[in-house]
Write a protein that binds this ligand. Structure first.
Ligand code: ZN
Length: 302
């Protein structure tokens, strides 16, 4: 399908809006059974790009994060938003004085269309290679959601196909110039969900940055997490991995999942102001609670 079709399909269905967004507020809407009333066009509203800290910049849209990490010898981009976000992300990179063609690696949190939909276009514009854990690599190449994705039944869950996808291993480091990106498998929200960590550096002062993948237990169709103990175990493993990570600068696929704009868009980059050693643990605590509630709801519905 072309990008326009996907967009129309995404806009058409309130269910898609409900299930693809992973923010806590939206999970609450889903739990109440109200799938309407979400203005999905807001996902792609522009947001002024800004320096988060040191070599790490926000180049995403108003509700979909995209993170640029720069070095003298090439940049890394994490997440590409929706298919129609790609043009905005390119414009944001350029507004900061960087070039899309200097992006040498594109990484992804998870393969839902609101985070991976723009990657194909951004890859075309940059010539970058894409790195992904299994089985996310297969989704990026085929453009089709994994059968065991809790949201596989969502209409319009596919993405424009990505080429040159290299398989990264759990805990592997990927180097671009002086940047070292580490892949951490955090399954649950999707089977191939990946958290990325790196050192965000302002001169010699560095913060342990973590782009923590969505951990929300959201599904579509008749899917029940209680029927999939391996997915619940995946969530548990992901929580433990994230809690154990050195985590001083937490970033998330939806800015609202961790109040990124409120915390980080201060017009200046200040180590003490942006540093929060508890960020990942707080993020996990919210996710644990959401899964417990979800399993409880499923039990009551039995
Ligand atoms: Zn998602």
């Amino acid at each position: 399908m072309n990008n326009g079709d996907l967009h129309k399909r995404v806009l058409k269905s309130g269910l898609v809006a409900m299930t693809l967004l992973a923010g806590a507020a939206v999970v609450a809407v889903a739990a109440s059974g109200n799938s309407g009333g979400i203005d999905t066009t807001g996902w792609n509203d522009p947001h002024k790009p800004f320096q988060i800290y040191g070599n790490t910049y926000y180049v995403g849209t108003d509700q979909l994060s995209s993170i640029l990490i720069t070095s003298e010898f090439g940049h890394v981009l994490i997440d590409g938003g929706l298919p129609e976000s790609a043009a905005r992300i390119k414009a944001s990179i350029e507004a900061l004085g960087f070039k899309l063609t200097d992006v040498k690696a594109i990484l992804n949190s998870h393969t839902h269309p609101d985070h991976a939909g723009g990657i194909a276009e951004l890859q075309k514009g940059s010539g970058a290679d894409v790195y992904a854990l299994r089985p996310a690599n297969e989704v990026l190449i085929s453009g089709k959601a994994a059968a065991d994705d809790p949201q596989a039944a969502t209409k319009g869950s596919g993405i424009p196909k990505v080429s040159r996808v290299w398989v990264a291993q759990d805990d592997q480091q990927i180097g671009i110039g002086s940047i070292r990106m580490r892949a951490i498998a955090t399954p649950g929200h999707t089977p191939g969900g990946t958290t990325w960590t790196w050192d965000a550096c302002e001169g010699s002062k560095c913060l342990k940055a973590v782009y923590a993948d969505s951990l929300s237990p959201v599904s579509s169709g008749k899917y029940r997490f209680s029927d999939h103990p391996e997915v619940v175990q995946g969530f548990e493993k992901s929580y433990k991995r994230l809690e154990a990570l050195p985590c001083e600068l937490l970033l998330t696929p939806h800015p609202s999942q961790s109040q990124m704009f409120e915390r980080l868009d201060k017009g200046a980059t200040n180590t003490e102001a942006v540093k929060d050693a508890d960020g990942c643990r707080k993020y996990v605590a919210t996710a644990r609670e959401a899964l417990a509630q979800r399993l409880q709801t499923e039990k009551q519905g039995r």
